[in-house]
Design a protein around this ligand. Structure first.
Ligand code: PHE
Length: 360
């Protein structure tokens, strides 16, 4: 056996024995690195005679190539094995069905508030807000309901408790969204066009009444805004909201301390067959109160009634939600029953963005 044969079997054995990539790299350096054994032997070629160098050089070159090939083959084998290992442990069945995740729904009241806001936004109404715990001045006095006025009793008001000895007039849970009229006009003056959706409270409970419910107030003040504008606005709203080509509204003379003249508005509908249809039939359903803003209300809000006038309305949001989506019992709105919410709730994608839907 020549010494080249010995070298070959030694180094090929070390290559085969290397357990992992770092060990294999050590073997490579020890054989073929700058200070490796084979490289050292090749340096000695310079000191040989041309004849010796020819024979020795050729066999050393072959030896180097063989060790190099063995190193590469071993390296590839190691990489393949590592990949196999990963493929085995990281295997993923992309054909498995997804795990269902429970998701919530949008409450019909939230849905309808968004719809209402989108439709009025198209008509140039901004959204205004006010507190739910309101002073009795904003809730009553400023709206031309003085302390002895019978409307205060009719409203079944919740009064906030005062500490004993605190004799200031009580705050109330607002009984309607109308105080937001005053707040919006005080903040912005005239002209103004706002709606104010929100919670209101009255001591009342049966199939069509809950102690908390929702209204949306509307207010439009300008130089020459009239009942005709009120009528058009409400008809246009109902047509867009109920998604019917035409609606018929009935304006019934009524009375509110804060509007003069005042009208309650009914919508034509059909109950036959137990299914409610809006815009046809022989029945009428009351959906809102409205009128021309009383000069005393303008004055309380700091708006000059010699120069400005306009309309206001207050609509029951829960009521129109029941009508549009055929929900029979108002009390269920606020029970938080998951089965009810899943049935009547909306997917997030159903909420309208502010956009068209009105013909002009
Ligand atoms: N605030 C009245 C109510 O709650 C509704 C209304 C608002 C009437 C604005 C006229 C004008 O019944």
């Amino acid at each position: 056996m020549t010494d080249t044969d010995t070298l070959r079997s030694t180094w090929l054995a070390r290559v085969a024995d290397a357990a992992d990539a770092p060990a294999l790299e050590e073997v490579r350096l020890a054989a073929l690195g700058k200070k490796g054994e084979i490289s050292g032997l090749m340096k000695e070629l310079g000191r040989m005679t041309p004849e010796e160098r020819q024979i020795r050089g050729a066999s050393l070159n072959r030896l180097r190539d063989e060790i190099d090939a063995a190193l590469r083959a071993r390296r590839t084998a190691m990489d393949d094995a590592a990949l196999d290992e990963r493929l085995k442990s990281e295997w993923l069945d992309v054909t498995l069905p997804g795990r269902p995740r429970p998701h919530g729904t949008i409450h019909p009241v939230s849905q309808v508030m968004e719809e209402v806001t989108a439709i009025f936004a198209d008509m140039g109404f901004a959204v205004a807000e006010g507190p739910q715990v309101e002073s009795d001045w904003f809730n009553f006095d400023a709206l031309n309901i003085p302390p002895e006025h019978p409307a205060r009793q009719e409203h079944d008001t919740f009064f906030m408790a005062r500490a004993t000895g605190d004799n200031r007039p009580p705050h109330v849970l607002r009984t309607h969204t109308s105080p937001v009229q005053i707040r919006a006009m005080q903040a912005q003056g005239a002209p103004i066009r706002v709606i104010a959706p929100g919670r209101v409270y009255r001591m009342d409970m049966d199939q069509t009444h809950t102690p908390m419910f929702h209204q949306v107030e509307g207010l439009a003040i300008g130089k020459d805004i009239s009942m005709a504008n009120l009528k058009w606005t409400l008809e246009e709203f109902c047509r867009a909201f109920f998604e019917v080509p035409s609606v018929e509204l009935r304006f019934r003379a009524s009375h509110f301390p804060f509007t003069e003249p005042s009208a309650e508005v009914d919508i034509r509908c059909d109950w036959s067959g137990g299914q409610l249809k809006i815009g046809e039939g022989e029945s009428w359903l009351e959906i809102l109160g409205s009128g021309m803003v009383h000069p005393k209300v303008l004055a309380a809000a700091g708006v000059d009634s010699a120069e400005w006038q306009g309309f206001a309305f207050g609509m029951g949001i829960d009521r129109i939600a029941m009508l549009k989506y055929g929900i029979p019992d108002l009390r269920a709105f606020f029970d938080g029953d998951l089965r009810w919410l899943r049935h009547y709730g909306f997917a997030a994608g159903d909420v309208p963005s502010v956009s068209g839907g009105l013909s002009r």
